[in-house]
Design a protein around this ligand. Structure first.
Ligand code: SDX
Length: 437
């Protein structure tokens, strides 16, 4: 790396074939890796860069979430995830992600009222559910219903208007618990429950999910605290696949509701947010502790595409700090529910112990991630496995919409349009049907 006269750092690329050189600026952030600004590379050299899966590519500048994968650090606007999980509430973290600072008491009260007052959905939206089969996967329902929100809230789809952007963000954060609870109610054939403005965000979600019109439903404070903490742990996570999907969709000017629906679709994959559902299925398939060596062998077998769900991460090459908090919460919830010997937890603890000592996992730095323990807690709380990723989407909506807002307000943002390394057929003449072999 060298410096220009004005003291800015640069790197120079030399084409060994032509001897041509191109010097590019190095940009430094407040913390974490610096970046090589390659925006002029193609014009200067005729080369694209090539980075499938974006393992070495920074897609944007952001001030929302910082991850140090080697140290297992996760900061939201500078605050460590374990401190937020211990001392904050999910609405407070939503305010932090959206606005960049922790709310004052007055701001917190005002924001709380906004979320409570926006939690109801348009009555017509309930009609969308009846178009689905009762056994439709709730994530399919979430993709459809959230995408449909743009048909109901035209007055907050002008992305150039900061007021409309703010209203859309509040509506999405406030309505996701209602929409998610309705997806669950629809799947079990129970009536939808309207939100209650006298309940907290997490209490309301548990009430709308597990309450019925037939009798009063008292939310267990330990469970609502655990739910709130689980929401905090899933709130945002830098430029992951679903957040990058939201940013790319938003870069074309698509409305925020459509962008969040795109994020939900991306999160659904088992390599991403769908992993919590896949972890539970894997633990159930393992069935007993003595089958773990076979499972670990399969996970290590290059010829077997089986992967240990809930393990590994593109960024974390250390323990996912969220998994640590999730593990503690898991024990708290099981204790509160009086679940003494949960076989799935025994299998998970033994699997974690074996995997963390196995050279394959140690060398590849594969540690438990946020999805490893969440499924056990959610199952203990009464959620069906099919709802696990829905809860992830519910919580991640604030991260998606905060990153979307940051992108829209970024003066250098433009439509995302990557290029490619083309390896297909070059130009060739058309062959009429009667001359084809
Ligand atoms: C989330 O990006 C985010 O921030 C996501 C997330 C968020 O909050 O948004 O943190 C949420 O998605 C967490 C991850 C949940 N997914 C899973 O638990 C599914 C199981 N994990 C793997 O599919 C995998 O670890 C990924 C997808 C998470 C990461 O894959 P990478 O970064 O592309 O790594 P890789 O596939 O290149 O793996 C590196 C090596 C490979 O071996 P080699 O080819 O080098 O020999 O590690 C192996 C992989 O085969 N490997 C695993 C493994 N994960 C990676 N081997 C067995 N079991 C695994 N789970």
């Amino acid at each position: 790396m060298t410096q220009t006269e004005d003291g800015n750092d640069t790197v120079t690329l030399i084409d060994n074939k032509t001897g041509k050189q191109v010097t590019m600026p190095v940009l430094h952030g407040s913390v974490g890796p610096s970046v090589i600004d390659i925006r002029k590379l193609y014009a200067a050299t005729g080369y694209f860069t090539y980075d499938p899966g974006f393992t070495s590519t920074g897609s944007c500048e952001s001030a929302i979430t910082y991850i140090d994968g080697d140290e297992g650090v996760l900061l939201h606007r500078g605050y460590a995830i374990d401190e937020l999980a211990k001392n904050s509430t999910f609405p407070e973290v939503c305010f932090l992600l959206l606005n960049g600072h922790l709310p004052t008491a007055a701001e917190s009260t005002e924001f709380d009222v906004i979320l409570r007052r926006h939690s109801m959905v348009h009555e017509q939206l309930t009609k969308f559910y009846s178009g689905f089969r009762r056994d439709a996967h709730p994530m399919a329902i979430m993709c459809g219903v959230v995408g449909a929100l743009s048909a109901f809230y035209h007055d907050s789809t002008d992305i150039e208007d900061p007021v409309e952007r703010k209203i859309a963000a509040h509506r999405l954060i406030a309505k996701m618990p209602t929409i998610a609870a309705m997806a669950y109610k629809y799947s079990v054939g129970q009536p939808f429950m309207y939100p209650r403005n006298d309940l907290t965000y997490a209490e309301n979600f548990l009430y709308m999910t597990f309450g019925t019109p037939c009798e009063p439903y008292k939310v267990n404070p330990i469970l609502s605290k655990a739910m709130d903490k689980i929401f905090i742990l899933h709130a945002d996570h830098e430029q992951n696949a679903s957040t990058s999907t939201v940013r790319l969709a938003g870069s074309s000017g698509a409305n925020p509701f459509a962008c969040i629906a795109a994020g939900i679709a991306s999160l659904w994959g088992p390599a991403h947010g769908g992993a919590n559902e896949a972890v539970l299925k894997m633990l159930e398939e393992i069935g007993s502790v003595d089958r773990i060596p076979e499972i670990v062998r399969r996970a290590k077998d290059k010829n077997d595409n089986f992967r240990l769900m809930g393990f590994g991460h593109r960024v974390y090459k250390n323990y996912d700090p969220r998994a640590q908090v999730m593990r503690e919460t898991c024990h708290e919830v099981l204790a509160e529910l009086g679940i003494k010997n949960e076989p799935l937890l025994d299998i998970a603890m033994e699997l974690e112990k074996i995997a963390l000592s196995d050279p394959y996992f140690v060398e590849k730095k594969l540690y438990p991630n946020v999805d490893f323990y969440s499924g056990i807690i959610l199952k203990a709380m009464g959620f069906p496995t099919s709802m696990f990723t829905v809860l992830f989407a519910l919580a991640r909506t604030v991260g998606w919409i905060s990153q979307w807002k940051e992108m829209i307000e970024d003066p250098v943002q433009k439509i995302g349009r990557p290029r490619q390394l083309f390896t297909g057929e070059n130009k060739r003449p058309f062959v009429p049907l009667n001359e084809r072999g």
